[in-house]
Design a protein around this ligand. Structure first.
Ligand code: TXA
Ligand code: MG
Length: 337
């Protein structure tokens, strides 16, 4: 695996990006930073190249990938006609952490869409992702650059830990910003439907489209999600995770109860709570929901490596980016609150 550490030296960074782009053009898979999480990229029009993504990640074949493009003009090349509100969403939120599910026109390889008639397309805002897309002049299929089932990578180190030796290259552009994946929004109907909460919040979308629905499967586990990826138990740490929705006293009771059974307890909570509780190990996620989103996956990965038997986590308000935070936490907890 080639490793390019970007140095903020324009010439050297350009060389690194050109090398990475050449690999992508030649049908190889390369990880790169986006504003949400690191992606594992391949030429979306090359079936064999895309297949290498599934191989490297151990990803189920029925889970479609997102095609990344540099701008609206490139987006138009991959999809059929779209409803008017998509123009407003593009105007408001691209480039940025929003993935549009639209009718596919068949330009991308069939394994990108996992055989569906629709395709997810996203215009990332991260400067490295933008430069890479412009350098290779291709739509790049890219899921998160983690082994399937592990938390998404928010640093190049996370990618290295999961995929070193399994992929052709890693472009290290530092930690990502948002820390959780893009919002996936189905734009094939008259009213848009959020399939996966993410970097652009429901409230932000509502301001633009007036009305937006959410996939009922997000609230009700018994429904079949419209986004195939949402059915998997993603983002799971290797030890059980419990979300405690209650007072500080209640949280401490749970921690103490676990310790009494001989378990080593890891705690993840916001800064203002973490010092008020006594666990075996603790990670403060941040002051506010944006910081909590940015630090969550790193915390889940850290506990994988440290020897705790159970992770106890605070329940966060499901407002703004908190919706995406709780969506990922509930998956990690197999919905156990
Ligand atoms: O922020 C992100 O979106 C990151 C970065 C790398 O861009 N990518 C990412 O990809 O999270 P991935 O593959 O881990 O998640 C893609 C999600 C999956 O839940 C998948 O099922 C859904 O998008 N998806 C893709 N195409 C779809 C389609 N045509 N219809 C419904 N859901 C789709
Ligand atoms: Mg993923």
């Amino acid at each position: 695996t080639n490793y390019w550490k970007l140095t903020n030296n324009q010439l050297k960074d350009c060389e690194a990006i050109d090398e990475a782009a050449t690999m992508l053009i030649n049908g190889e898979v390369v990880a790169f930073p986006t504003e949400t999480v690191y992606g594992l990229g391949a030429n979306a029009t090359d079936h064999d190249a895309v297949n290498k993504i599934f191989q490297a990640k151990g990803r189920p074949q029925d889970n479609p990938l997102i095609a990344h493009v540099s701008d609206r003009v490139q987006m138009e090349k991959l999809v059929g006609p779209w409803p008017g509100y998509v123009d407003n969403l593009i105007e408001a939120f691209t480039p940025g952490p929003l993935t549009f599910v639209l009718p596919s026109n068949g330009i991308c390889a069939t394994n990108v869409t996992a055989g569906l008639s629709t395709i997810g397309v996203r215009i990332p805002s991260h400067p490295v992702a933008q430069q890479l897309l412009k350098a290779c002049q291709l739509p790049i299929a890219a899921p998160s650059a983690n082994l399937s089932g592990k938390p998404s990578p928010t640093t190049a180190n996370h990618v290295f830990a999961d995929l070193n030796g399994r992929i052709s290259g890693i472009v290290d552009g530092g930690p990502t910003g948002v820390g959780l994946e893009s919002t996936v929004i189905d734009c094939t109907q008259e009213i848009p439907v959020i399939l996966r909460p993410g970097g652009i919040t429901q409230e932000q979308i509502e301001k633009v489209t007036g009305v937006v629905m959410t996939d009922p499967a997000l609230a009700n586990q018994s429904d079949k999600p419209k986004s195939p990826g949402m059915k998997y138990r993603h983002y799971s740490p290797e030890v059980p995770l419990w979300i405690i929705d209650g007072s500080l006293k209640r949280m401490q009771q749970e921690i103490t109860g676990q310790k009494e059974t001989g378990n080593r307890v890891g705690l993840i909570a916001s800064n203002h709570i973490v010092d008020k509780l006594v666990a075996d190990e603790a990670i403060a996620l941040g002051e506010n929901l944006s910081e909590i989103a940015a630090n969550l996956y790193h915390a889940l990965r850290t506990f994988k490596q440290s020897n705790v038997d159970i992770i106890i986590c605070e329940a966060f308000p499901e407002k703004g980016i908190g919706q995406a935070v709780m969506n990922r936490l509930k998956k990690a907890a197999s919905n156990y609150i």
